[in-house]
Ligand binder design. Structure first.
Ligand code: ATP
Length: 390
């Protein structure tokens, strides 16, 4: 799926939570270490009623530890966890997992193999009366689309069906909050895409607030109302999928959420001079007048630029890498000045390796930018020369 398609997918069909919705969960200055290793350091976040928030980050950044702190499977060293306005960890209190009203869907589904699907779902409803329990299980089997599979044992169910039953089991006691730990990692690729849609539908139908954990950016962008991008035990950025993808606040977030090339440029009045020509300052997000005369790096994703075969002065560089991805082809172009830019084209386009190409910025949205920390401000002399050459 191209980045453009990915954005379309995330932008549509999304019933956004109002910004004013009450927080169901609040983490306040949480720190957690194991032995001498500081895993989480001063992490704060709040999750609104009914939203799906995904913790996204590389392996080892502390996502699962954060989820376990919310569930009550770990105690924070410092800081406070609040669920529905009640402190469940910190300030001298610790509410155990079974008293938190939190359901957990584990990576491996953790269904009881000797119980049927019905019995698995009913497992957390021991103290319900039989009629209510049966009705609740019927409703959940219906909700997850497995009304005809209640008597099946887990080994008689496919991976996707097992996940639906695991979800139903976690939802059965009507938890305030659902936690999902890498929920799709045990499914094959095709099923993963199907189950993302399905899990989002089920969560939204029940209205439960959910926190999910993944290292898969496409999964995070497609199922979440908001995404918290984590690095080294802290949150780098938390925002809607569109914002974290299109307007990342750090180079780390930009790079983690998909292919990112950085095109260096110099801000000169109402435009930015780059190796690919001028980009209007108005087409760069929040690049105000005060940055005139500074060096910046523009974030260009592969669908923001288009390459086409060119010769002589029309050419900007040459294709040094080509990867066929089915619907699309990813090209890497080394510009004559040494910068590298990636372009995503339709699979029917054919540009050969080593071919000379012209590259144009064709983005139909404002580009994100970062201060060019490896370059000094443009010196006045160079500025005057460039201005004079125009
Ligand atoms: P992954 O995507 O690989 O699951 P993660 O972001 O979920 O990674 P965590 O599982 O939270 O990361 O682990 C963060 C760090 O904490 C790792 O270095 C891990 O080894 C360490 N860690 C987690 N749990 C424990 C534990 N119980 N004892 C010691 N170290 C732990």
């Amino acid at each position: 799926m191209s980045n453009e398609q990915l954005l379309t997918t995330t932008a549509e069909g999304r019933d956004r939570e109002p910004a004013t919705a009450d927080p169901v969960l609040e983490l306040d200055g949480i720190a957690k270490g194991f032995g001498s290793e500081d895993v989480i350091g001063d992490l704060s976040l709040s999750v609104r009623d009914g939203e799906i928030l995904t913790l996204l980050g590389p392996s080892g950044c502390g996502k699962t530890t954060t989820l376990r702190l919310i569930a009550g499977l770990e105690k924070p060293d410092t800081g406070r966890v609040r669920l529905q306005d009640e402190t469940v960890a910190g300030e001298g209190r610790f509410v155990p997992p079974e008293k938190r009203g939190v359901g957990v869907v584990f990576q491996d589904f953790a269904l009881f193999p000797h119980l049927t699907a019905r019995e698995n779902i009913a497992f957390g409803l021991q103290d319900w009366n039989e009629a209510d329990r049966d009705e609740r299980v019927d409703d959940l089997l219906e909700l997850v689309g497995l009304a005809d599979h209640g008597e099946d044992y887990p080994d008689e169910l496919s991976g996707g069906q097992q996940q639906r039953i695991a979800l139903a089991r976690s939802l059965a006691p009507e938890p305030e909050m659902l936690l999902l730990d890498e929920p799709f990692s045990n499914l094959d690729v095709d099923l993963r895409v199907e189950m993302r849609e399905e899990v989002r539908r089920i969560i939204k139908e029940t209205g439960v607030t959910a926190v999910s954990v993944t290292h898969d950016q496409e999964e995070a962008l497609s199922i979440s109302d908001r995404v918290a991008v984590m690095s080294d035990g802290d949150i780098e950025q938390i925002d809607t999928p569109q914002q974290v993808f299109q307007q990342p606040e750090s180079r780390f977030v930009a790079g983690f959420l998909g292919h990112a090339s950085f095109l260096s440029g110099d801000v000169r009045g109402d435009h930015v001079d780059t190796a690919l020509g001028r980009v209007l300052r108005d087409d760069v997000n929040g690049l105000a007048h005060q940055y005139d005369g500074t060096a910046v790096d523009l974030l260009v994703r592969p669908d923001d630029v288009t390459a086409s075969p060119a010769e002589g002065s029309e050419a900007d560089g040459r294709v040094v890498y080509r990867r066929y991805l089915g619907p699309t082809v990813l090209y890497r172009v080394e510009l004559d000045g040494g910068e590298t830019i990636e372009c995503m084209h339709n699979h029917s386009d054919r540009i050969d390796l080593d071919e000379r190409v012209g590259v144009r910025v064709t983005a139909d949205h404002d580009l994100a930018w970062f201060p060019a920390d490896h370059r000094e401000e443009i010196d006045e002399g160079a500025d005057a020369t460039a201005a004079g050459a125009d």
